[in-house]
Ligand binder design. Structure first.
Ligand code: HEM
Length: 466
């Protein structure tokens, strides 16, 4: 305890000295605690997530201890850096929508890719973002994507039923990866894509690990996986250029992207972005699909309503696949999608760094400190959602209170694939609800929250055709 207090006092003193030297002695840090030297509150965070299995307890206990009057700001030390944790609609908005004050901050930028959309700022970011949004998030592109991915989803579900017992987490990953390979680089499943899947898992493991480039570390392995993935995509790029075959997918859209001076993206930029786009869109979507399967199995009345709506659509369509034109009619399905995303909290938090001292509510977020935007605490706060841990699609009869629904982040870096993620959920919910019945084999399986939230058995289900 004495060491903790000593560490906190040290950081407060360093802050006070700096403010005093800058002639602003009255500036205050938000309330909170810096935890242990070097590791900060990481062990406490792990305890809440891993041992106590109540991830929201970390923020709720801070609110209880230091009060709500802070406006949702708490000082801490997380992921190797002094940090301010933010967790209210107003302050989240400030952080996510102020590019001049808060920049992107990845623990390992090399793994993400130096010229990736996730890493760059300013005009470069805007240019890449426009390209990605155009290629995967606009109604015109979603129409062709719906055609391309639906047969695979329908076939995957038939395979699940043939096996009769499957682990939803494994199967949703498989079908999502196959679809992403198809949409982004026109690759069909092959032994190579299977290897790539394992390399992406290695890459993701490194992003979550301490960035220590030593033999045997997850980080070293992730660097190796990234190099292999870059080599595969570089070969594909070269092949397209040699054959003068641009293709019609996300890679081709990146290959056509120009800056104001008419300069095309370099090969490195295309490759960096393809790697990070797969990374951004793959496991997140797969996890959301798995949670939909899980939550519906636990909520039969919601599944019955979903089935009723989708049966009617199927009858209207005479067995043809759905298109984005059908989506406005799928009102209950849309509620299931939003509620799944709210409860699943696939992206629990996002990270920024303060580019300058920022004042908010009488406190200072110091320049250079990490800012952890705790998205999930909004979605599990009873002030914003009645009985927040209950899966209740009907709650979407009314829209969420402003600023309290941030499953895709917000502002100029809000998820560039949010409509694509929603479309994939809608397509799977449609085919699953009209064609199959399923039940959880371990309904009481514990929920684990590290490295991300999922039932400990991966949602093992028995599934058969209706
Ligand atoms: C359920 C699935 C998904 C969830 C929960 C999710 C969540 C998020 C969140 C919270 C952010 C904001 C990160 C930040 O502010 O730093 C983000 C950014 C991003 N996401 Fe998603 N995402 C999902 C699916 C996808 C898909 C399918 C794509 C496909 C391309 C995608 C591409 C991106 C990109 C490119 C960004 C960075 C945007 C930018 O910096 O301008 N995401 N996502």
């Amino acid at each position: 305890l004495a060491i903790c207090h000593g560490n906190d006092a040290f950081h407060r003193a360093a802050f006070a000295l700096k403010r005093w030297l800058h002639g602003r002695p009255r500036a205050r840090l938000p309330p909170g605690h810096m935890g242990l030297p070097f590791v900060g509150e990481n062990p406490a965070l792990k305890r809440y997530f891993r041992r106590e299995r109540r991830p929201d307890g970390y923020v709720h206990d801070k609110k209880r201890r230091y009060g709500d009057a802070t406006g949702g700001l708490y000082r801490t030390h997380l992921f190797g850096s002094p940090a301010v944790l933010v967790c209210s609609p107003a302050v989240n908005k400030l952080v996510l929508q102020s590019p001049d004050s808060f920049g992107v901050c990845w623990p390992a930028p090399d793994l993400v890719g130096a010229s990736s959309i996730l890493n760059v700022d300013g005009a470069r970011h805007a240019r890449l973002r426009a390209c990605v949004v155009e290629a995967v998030n606009r109604p015109s592109s979603l129409r062709s994507i719906a055609c391309a991915i639906q047969p695979r989803v329908a076939a995957a579900l038939r395979t699940w039923a043939r096996k009769s017992t499957v682990t939803a987490a494994v199967e949703t990953k498989k079908v999502t990866f196959e679809n992403i390979c198809k949409m982004f680089v026109s690759m069909e499943p092959s032994p190579l894509t299977e290897e790539m899947d394992a390399w992406f898992a290695g890459l993701l493991g490194g992003l979550r690990a301490f960035p220590l480039d030593l033999p045997g570390t997850a980080f070293r392995r992730a660097l190796r996986c990234r190099r292999k993935l870059s080599a595969v995509f570089r070969d594909e790029l070269r092949r397209r250029k040699d054959a003068a075959d641009g293709g019609d997918d996300l890679m081709s859209a990146l290959m056509r992207t120009e800056d104001e001076g008419g300069r095309l993206l370099s090969d490195e930029e295309v490759v960096d972005n393809i790697v990070s786009l797969v990374l951004a869109g793959y496991q997140s979507t797969a996890a959301a699909l798995m949670w939909a399967v899980y939550l519906l199995a636990k909520t039969p009345h919601a599944l019955a309503k979903l089935r009723e709506e989708n049966d009617a659509i199927r009858r209207d369509k005479n067995g043809e696949f759905i298109t984005p034109d059908d989506i406005p009619k799928m009102k209950y399905t849309a509620k299931v999608v939003e509620e799944t995303l709210r409860v699943a909290n696939v992206a629990a938090m996002v990270h920024r760094v303060a580019l300058k001292d920022v004042e908010y509510g009488g406190y200072t977020i110091p320049q250079g400190w990490r800012v952890v935007v705790w998205l999930r605490s909004l979605h599990t706060d009873p002030n914003y959602y009645d009985d927040p841990l209950r899966f209740n699609p009907d709650r979407w009869e009314k829209p969420a209170k402003p600023g309290t629904y941030q499953v895709f982040g917000g502002g100029y870096r809000m998820c560039a694939g949010n409509m694509l993620a929603r479309l994939q959920l809608i397509i799977m919910l449609h085919h699953l609800s009209v064609g199959y019945k399923w039940e959880l084999l371990n309904p009481g399986a514990e929920i684990v929250y590290i490295p991300h939230s999922y039932p400990s058995d991966g949602a093992l289900i028995a599934i058969s055709e209706l």
